[in-house]
Design a protein around this ligand. Sequence first.
Ligand SMILES: C[S@@+](CC[C@H](N)C(=O)[O-])C[C@H]1O[C@@H](n2cnc3c(N)ncnc32)[C@H](O)[C@@H]1O
Length: 239
Amino acid sequence: MHMTPERWENTSLYLDAVFGSLGEPIDEQLAGLMDRAEAAGLPPIAVSAEVGRLLMVLAAMVSGPGGGRAVEVGTLGGYSGLWLARGLGEGVLDEGGRLLTIEAEPHHAAFARAEFEAAGFGEGGSAGRIEVREGEGLAVLPGLVEELGPGSCDLVFLDAIKTEYRGYAEHAAVLLRPGGLLVADNCLGSSDWWVTDAAGEHESSDAIDAFDRGIATTASGFLACCLANRQGVVVARKL
Ligand SMILES: C[S@@+](CC[C@H](N)C(=O)[O-])C[C@H]1O[C@@H](n2cnc3c(N)ncnc32)[C@H](O)[C@@H]1O
């Protein structure tokens, strides 16, 4: 059976419908988040529901009974953050777990904070499980390493500037405990570039190719693979 373009498209639609949007723990708030985000002027560049579910499952796999701790670089409207938070608390809103998510754009950060609040994960709420840090990933991460300490996190998710992934990953390698997961979106491509494009055609393509080739060897300190769903998600376990 070959992957024709039509079958690839149908596969994406199937995965999104069945593993993305169906079933627990999707609620109306999560389902409507990106529509509200677009209405508020945020770009439609969140992960798909299918990738959201992957993030939730991975977060649940590395979280202990008291809940896990994760860091995300690139909040946008909070869509991937809510999926992650559900996994960190094993799908239950108030069962521990902490997500610290970094966003450079104040309008995006404010929108996401309101969504987290409405979902019961707000900084002021009783659950208090998601905190948005405003700033550039490469500027915020060194302070986080100091604040949280080495080996303090179960999962780090990268989804901001593609040319900065290698820099984010250096900090993630310190933040993660052995066995923790580094997860990165767009490790095959995005709307206007693909990793197999000729070298020099697009700086994100070149940077992601370098990131992929680095993390693919255990010399990186990770045992990694790349899932070819949608735009490619690297999943790497810290050695
Ligand atoms: C692809 S979107 C993130 C999507 C989000 N993870 C989701 O799936 O719902 C990238 C986000 O990174 C933010 N961003 C851009 N440059 C950044 C930087 N240097 N540090 C942190 N965030 C940045 C953008 O404003 C945008 O909101």
